[in-house]
Design a protein around this ligand. Structure first.
Ligand code: PMP
Length: 750
């Protein structure tokens, strides 16, 4: 090395020290006079033009700022690149300063960073360079697709899904806008280990190896990304950088609109590449150094309302806020077009504009923890489900009158989740259509008409749906029980007639129902019940209740229907279906809500025998039921449930949450009961523990207060005094802590 420096640059090195490097060997060279950096690269054809471009741009940048940038040094032949058969070498001046990563981050420092970066970008704006413009690398976020192949190297599927989510958002939000974004040669890696500071100000930048021709806003995005690491409020913390950048190089509104998404993309590219490196070189500390911080930041970003972040960025640049409260007009418009029978949650309704997994975002810029939306079972906008739907929709959407592979495969996979006696599936589009069809199947098979329904049960909005839903026909606006219905007293072991949940209450309740059926003389076609009665206030049927009742129904010639619309698909944890927790096997199962994670689909699953009885000559056809798009989505849901081990998560986090709720029942007289299974739980409010008188006012108060605390939760039960908890089952322990912490705060503050 010494000889090389002497021979090519006529320099007498007194010290040569290796430095960290990504795609070159780097050395710090000390002579008696000054410091240099020597960079040695493999001699690869494509590199030469790029290194020459880098030198040219460094000369441009360092022209009046020799202390801020590495100045290329000529060799004795007058060249900035020293070429041998195997290598290229460049000698550069050494930029002095402390790394931005090593100093305290103050708003003043960040302001100086924004100014410095904008100053550099102003010099680069308009520069054309063929070699750089032809470059396509993984680190240039516009080519985020190149990093997708590293996704499988991210081991934890819960981490991977966040990256997939942000890549999906990049495709949806940035890509359609990309042609309208200013492009420029940019530094491309203004991370805090490349930026130098002196006396509390940014003074220089090194390493132009990632220069690229990319949307200008990407430069700022990369810079702010690393400055967000470890910050309590990441978006807010970097506003001084954005503000001062904008003062020197004014940003356009469409650039600001994409900034947040560029930041997220950069983080995702970073973690993808760390995952790959970790696999290739498990000991490499240098490349995985920022991985932990990147993951922490990604976890934080996914909860942020993008509208709010954009608004903060806009305001930092002096643009007016885009957030306007249009709820009055929206409400008026809604009342014009929709019946008031369509209810709205909350006196001042929320206008939702986006969501990610268990978080939801409203138009006012708030983010919410969603604790009661059990339709997006695997998480709102789960990228695997969204992409499966988009892809299938772009290929073929037709009906079940044609043979179709997705239909066959998905149906088989769905049926494989059921006991071996349940072998046939019919697809429809809503839980209501499914319960309607289930009743038809039961009546056709048994040639009887009587239906046993559960007190407070709900099964659907069709004529038949209402007829079999005590929760509807027996309440305000309901027409009362029809002739063919027999009501079963809800086997509630908290406030019902029998409270020993060791099986004896279940037996006694079943005996009561049997007595009622016997007294009625109505030929029974079916019993329909949910394993945990949601609208009844999350009431698990008493232990052994179904075990005693099912045989009796069958003995009468009836069939047993389990409504798994709420409880199915792993929500209850170990019991993938609710009937499993009652140790019974139904003859007909109806599933809906989570089956498509929000895509309108539902199904009826039954036995060969019952399906055969339905072959009467009348065709069964559903225009949309079982179409290939729905089947692809349903399959994606099954895949994600398995890949992310979500039923297990429901079991684990649900158990933890139930324990926390039980602590509340120990602490507060008004918390009467905590119950449920997995992530299908209820917390019942009462006046006092002895009388168990329903405390409807308190449930409503807590629900509304939680909304103010950015938590969405339901209330239900005949007295609407039960908090209903049924979040997407990717819900975490931290989410559970947050929910219970806030309920505790509300109750203790009363
Ligand atoms: N069954 C149960 C248990 C339900 O909770 C619901 C919906 N809340 C339905 C059936 C009806 O489903 P859908 O709204 O999809 O028609």
């Amino acid at each position: 090395m010494e000889t090389f420096l002497k021979e090519n640059y006529n320099l007498q090195a007194v010290e040569i020290k290796p430095l960290e490097g990504y795609d070159s060997e780097n050395y710090r060279v000390k002579t008696a006079e000054r410091n240099y950096v020597l960079k040695i690269y493999k001699n690869e054809v494509h590199l030469k033009e790029l290194l020459l471009s880098e030198n040219r741009l460094l000369q441009l940048l360092s022209k009046d700022n020799a202390d801020s940038y590495s100045v290329p040094i000529e060799n004795l032949q007058g060249n900035y690149l020293t070429e041998t058969a195997t290598s290229f070498a460049r000698l550069l001046s050494f930029v002095e300063g402390e790394f931005l990563a090593d100093v305290e981050h103050t708003p003043e420092l960040f302001e100086s960073f924004g100014k410095f970066l904008a100053g550099m970008d102003l010099k680069l704006l308009g520069v054309r360079d063929i070699a750089i413009e032809a470059k396509k690398t993984v680190w240039d976020s516009q080519f985020y697709q190149l990093s997708k192949k590293y996704l499988p190297f991210i081991e934890d599927p819960n981490d991977r899904k966040i990256v997939e989510y942000f890549f999906l958002q990049h495709r949806e939000i940035i890509e359609p806008e990309i042609e309208n974004l200013r492009k420029s040669v940019i530094h491309g890696d203004a991370n805090d280990w490349n930026v130098l500071t002196k006396n509390g100000s940014v003074s220089g930048i090194i390493d132009l190896g990632d220069m690229c021709f990319s949307p200008l806003i990407n430069e700022l995005a990369i810079a702010v990304t690393y400055c967000m690491f470890g910050k309590e409020n990441p978006a807010e913390s970097v506003l001084p950088i954005i503000k001062s950048y904008h003062e020197i190089l004014p940003l356009k509104e469409n650039e600001i609109a994409t900034l947040y998404w560029w930041i997220a993309t950069r983080l995702c590219i970073s973690v993808c590449n760390s995952a790959k490196t970790k696999r290739d070189k498990p000991d490499s500390e240098y490349i995985t150094i920022s991985e932990k911080s990147a993951w922490e930041l990604l976890q934080k970003l996914v909860k942020l309302n993008p509208i709010l972040v954009e608004d903060e960025f806009r305001k930092a640049c002096g643009f007016a806020s885009k957030i306007v409260d249009t709820s009055e007009e929206d409400l008026a418009k809604r009342h014009k077009i929709a019946s008031k029978a369509l209810s709205l949650q909350f006196a001042k309704p929320i206008k939702m504009v986006g969501a990610a997994f268990q978080y939801m975002f409203d138009s006012a810029g708030r983010n919410y923890l969603d604790c009661y939306n059990n339709i997006p079972q695997v998480g709102h906008c789960h990228p695997k489900v969204v992409e499966a739907g988009q892809k299938a929709m772009a290929k073929l959407n037709t009906n079940t009158r044609y043979l179709n592979d997705v239909y066959n495969e998905y149906s088989a996979n769905l049926l494989a989740k059921f006991p071996s006696s349940l072998t046939k599936v019919f697809f429809v589009n809503s839980g209501s259509a499914a319960s309607d069809l289930a009743i038809r199947l039961a009546m056709t098979h048994t040639r009887k008409k009587g239906i046993v329904v559960m007190e407070h049960g709900y099964h659907g909005n069709t004529r038949v749906g209402i007829d079999i839903s005590h929760y509807k026909y027996n309440r305000k606006g309901g027409g009362g029980k029809s002739e063919t219905i027999i009501e079963a007293e809800i086997p509630d072991t908290y406030k019902g007639r029998f409270t020993e949940n060791d099986g004896s209450a279940g037996e006694l309740y079943a005996a009561g129902t049997i007595e009622n059926i016997n007294a009625n003389a109505l030929p029974i076609a079916a019993i329909i019940a949910e394993p945990i009665v949601g609208c009844g206030g999350q009431i698990p049927l008493a232990k052994d209740y179904l075990k005693h009742l099912y045989p009796f129904i069958r003995q009468q010639g009836g069939v047993c229907i389990s409504d798994e619309v709420q409880t199915g698909f792993g929500r209850l944890g170990q019991s993938f279906w609710g009937f499993e927790m009652h140790e019974v096997v139904p003859d007909i199962v109806i599933v809906g809500k989570p089956i498509g994670n929000g895509h309108p689909m539902a199904a009826v699953i039954t036995t060969d025998e019952i399906a055969e009885s339905f072959e009467t000559g009348m065709e069964f056809f559903s225009s949309f039921g079982g179409n290939p798009v729905s089947c692809a989505i349903g399959q994606a849901v099954l895949d994600v449930l398995e890949e992310e081990n979500l039923p297990n998560n429901a079991q684990e986090v649900g158990g933890y949450l139930l324990d926390l709720f039980k602590n509340l029942t120990d602490k507060y007289e008004v918390c009467g009961d905590a119950r449920g299974k997995g992530l299908f739980l209820g917390l019942e409010f009462v006046e006092d523990k002895i009388g168990k008188k329903p405390n409807t006012k308190l449930a409503s108060f807590v629900q509304n207060k939680l909304r103010d605390e950015s938590i969405l939760i339901g209330t239900d039960g005949p007295f609407v005094n039960v908090l209903k908890v049924k979040p997407p089952i990717c819900f975490t322990r931290e989410n559970a802590d947050e929910l219970v912490g806030k309920i505790d705060k509300i109750l203790s503050g009363m």
